[in-house]
Design a protein around this ligand. Structure first.
Ligand SMILES: [Cu+2]
Length: 77
Protein backbone atom coordinates (compact mmCIF):
# COMPACT_ATOMS: atom_id res chain seq x y z
CA UNK A 1 0.00 0.00 0.00
CA UNK A 2 1.07 3.58 -0.27
CA UNK A 3 1.38 6.40 2.20
CA UNK A 4 0.77 9.80 0.67
CA UNK A 5 -0.03 13.06 2.44
CA UNK A 6 -0.49 11.36 5.82
CA UNK A 7 -2.91 8.69 4.60
CA UNK A 8 -2.55 4.91 4.36
CA UNK A 9 -4.09 3.81 1.08
CA UNK A 10 -5.96 1.56 1.01
CA UNK A 11 -6.74 1.88 4.70
CA UNK A 12 -7.88 -1.74 4.90
CA UNK A 13 -6.24 -4.68 3.19
CA UNK A 14 -6.93 -8.40 3.26
CA UNK A 15 -4.05 -10.84 2.76
CA UNK A 16 -3.22 -14.47 3.39
CA UNK A 17 -0.85 -15.78 6.04
CA UNK A 18 2.68 -15.71 4.67
CA UNK A 19 2.03 -12.76 2.36
CA UNK A 20 4.27 -9.74 2.53
CA UNK A 21 2.68 -6.36 3.05
CA UNK A 22 4.65 -3.43 1.75
CA UNK A 23 4.23 0.23 2.51
CA UNK A 24 5.60 2.76 0.03
CA UNK A 25 6.09 6.13 1.67
CA UNK A 26 5.70 9.02 -0.77
CA UNK A 27 5.95 11.67 1.90
CA UNK A 28 9.19 13.54 2.65
CA UNK A 29 9.14 12.41 6.29
CA UNK A 30 9.07 9.09 8.13
CA UNK A 31 5.96 7.12 9.03
CA UNK A 32 5.36 3.96 10.99
CA UNK A 33 2.88 1.12 11.03
CA UNK A 34 2.50 0.53 14.75
CA UNK A 35 0.42 -2.12 16.46
CA UNK A 36 -0.30 -1.30 20.07
CA UNK A 37 1.48 -3.93 22.16
CA UNK A 38 2.72 -5.63 19.01
CA UNK A 39 4.98 -5.05 16.06
CA UNK A 40 6.10 -1.86 14.39
CA UNK A 41 7.49 -1.12 10.95
CA UNK A 42 9.18 2.21 10.32
CA UNK A 43 8.96 3.52 6.77
CA UNK A 44 11.63 6.10 5.96
CA UNK A 45 10.81 9.12 3.80
CA UNK A 46 10.53 8.28 0.09
CA UNK A 47 11.27 4.61 0.80
CA UNK A 48 9.46 1.34 1.30
CA UNK A 49 9.30 -1.16 4.13
CA UNK A 50 7.56 -4.48 4.44
CA UNK A 51 6.52 -7.22 6.84
CA UNK A 52 5.48 -10.84 6.40
CA UNK A 53 2.04 -11.39 7.89
CA UNK A 54 1.24 -14.46 9.92
CA UNK A 55 -2.10 -15.90 10.92
CA UNK A 56 -2.02 -13.94 14.15
CA UNK A 57 -1.59 -10.62 12.40
CA UNK A 58 -5.14 -9.42 11.91
CA UNK A 59 -4.63 -6.02 13.40
CA UNK A 60 -5.50 -2.39 13.57
CA UNK A 61 -2.47 -0.17 13.32
CA UNK A 62 -1.58 3.48 13.37
CA UNK A 63 1.38 5.73 12.73
CA UNK A 64 3.35 6.39 15.90
CA UNK A 65 4.38 9.80 14.57
CA UNK A 66 0.91 10.80 13.38
CA UNK A 67 -1.68 8.91 15.47
CA UNK A 68 -4.56 10.08 13.27
CA UNK A 69 -3.22 7.80 10.53
CA UNK A 70 -4.94 4.45 10.87
CA UNK A 71 -5.17 1.19 8.98
CA UNK A 72 -6.25 -2.41 9.28
CA UNK A 73 -4.79 -5.65 7.98
CA UNK A 74 -6.94 -8.76 7.92
CA UNK A 75 -5.00 -12.00 7.59
CA UNK A 76 -6.75 -15.15 6.40
CA UNK A 77 -5.21 -18.54 7.12
CU1 LIG B 1 2.98 9.09 9.95
Amino acid sequence: MTIDKLVFSPAEVAVKAGDTVEWVNKDPFAHAATVEGGWEVTIPPKKAASRVMTAKDTVDYYCRFHPNMKGRITVAA
